[in-house]
Ligand binder design. Sequence first.
Ligand SMILES: Nc1ncnc2c1ncn2[C@@H]1O[C@H](COP(=O)(O)OP(=O)(O)OP(=O)(O)O)[C@@H](O)[C@H]1O
Ligand SMILES: [Mg+2]
Length: 262
Amino acid sequence: MRGKVTEIVKPAVQLRNVSKSFGGNVALSPLSLTIKRGETVALVGPSGSGKTTLLNIMATIIKPDRGEVIIDGVPSQNLKPGRELSRKVGIIHQQLDLVDQLPVIHNVLAGRLGEWGICRSLLSLMIPQDKELAFKALNRVGLIDKSHQRTSRLSGGEQQRVALARLLVQRPQAVLADEPVSSLDPARAEDLLAMLTDLVREENQTLIASLHAVKYARRYFSRIVALRQGRVFFDRPVSDVSDDDLARLYDLKEDADAQALL
Ligand SMILES: Nc1ncnc2c1ncn2[C@@H]1O[C@H](COP(=O)(O)OP(=O)(O)OP(=O)(O)O)[C@@H](O)[C@H]1O
Ligand SMILES: [Mg+2]
């Protein structure tokens, strides 16, 4: 008799008792978190609550003082930097890390750096390779007409979309984004979040993004993880998060404050 094949789905990202201090300042207290493949998770919480630190730990950019980080079933210390890591996690930092002087297309192609050897990567700065893939990504984010423009000439919102196209080319299993819409006006912010969440759902990727505007978390994400002083304050499906939870998280006292945020 043929045995039933049971697929064991490994969590996209798992943190076990992870902590991090900078000098004497505790950024994260021992914290555990499991994020399944395909989830869209918004990280919210007051300034200084540890969101960026947590994202950088998940991206293996900073090492926790204690605890384990497991990416797609592999302990982070066993992940080889370069190709293997870049297929598993990709991060858009708040400062985007684009090279201003280069044309847009080269910045998008930089998404392939983890996959290419160093020689090919250096070459790509002069001769665009895998152009088709990069053009497709630029088309997807609505910037095909700006492919050859110098990146510094683009608006803040357009640069956010270049960073998104770079991530599309990298195609990591888990997309991490640190305040991806912080510099955008409300309409552009909604556009970018709608695009980002559609793209990750189409590809069955996992998305973990920090946000200051909770209303976006509620509209576009499936789960909210709230941090406060380096601890998980609550962790729930979006539908179970009440205005009261959020008012407590941010210590909102006035109705006007709550209206602006929620
Ligand atoms: N490189 C660093 N050196 C020293 N302290 C740091 C460093 N990075 C973060 N911290 C401290 O760790 C704590 C958490 O910072 P973190 O940047 O993770 O917060 P955050 O939630 O992302 O805040 P924000 O919403 O303002 O971006 C803060 O107290 C911060 O001052
Ligand atoms: Mg931050």
